[in-house]
Ligand binder design. Structure first.
Ligand code: FES
Ligand code: FES
Length: 156
């Protein structure tokens, strides 16, 4: 059913006429043109579609757009501020923590959510926190190194 749904998206108030039962991933990608969040499995299993809702990294293929009404959503497009990459983005670049890059937006936002909860995670905590985000290219080792280096630099 069509409804008016309002939320904050990458810091800007957003108002949509939309079927509230549609998944947030498709509203972001199709209606709002934000294609950073990727479709991987559509089943909540890969993390390619990860976005922030409030302080939580969530799988946007599993959350209905009506469930973000009144909340703050951040996609990878909203992470850099004033033309400056977030330290996690910078660290991913510096450590070549990607190959095809398909998993990268989800990896970075999942790491962002992890650091919000635990700003100084150990290696084991990083590995555990990133374990459910899949990378078909096998860049996991460099991804963990990138997150470790962002942590050392005090990223949040
Ligand atoms: S596309 Fe959402 S978890 Fe895989
Ligand atoms: S860099 Fe290709 S899926 Fe991770």
């Amino acid at each position: 059913m069509q409804a008016t749904i309002q939320f904050k998206l990458n810091g800007k108030p957003t108002r949509l006429q939309v079927d509230g039962s549609r998944m947030l991933l498709w509203v972001l990608r199709t209606d709002l043109g934000l294609t950073g969040a990727k479709y991987g499995c559509g089943e909540g299993l890969c993390g390619a579609c990860t976005v922030m809702v409030g302080k939580e990294a969530v799988r946007s293929c599993q959350i209905r757009v009506q469930d973000v009404a009144g909340k703050e959503v951040m996609t990878i497009e909203g992470l850099a501020k004033n033309g400056k990459l977030h330290p996690l983005q910078q660290a991913f670049m510096e450590h070549d923590a990607l190959q095809c890059g398909y998993c990268t937006p989800g990896m970075i936002l999942n790491a962002y959510g992890l650091l919000l909860k635990n700003p100084r995670p150990s290696s084991a905590e990083i590995i555990a926190g990133m374990d459910d985000n899949l990378c078909r290219c096998g860049a996991h080792q460099r991804i963990v190194q990138a997150i470790q280096s962002a942590v050392k630099g005090g990223a949040r």
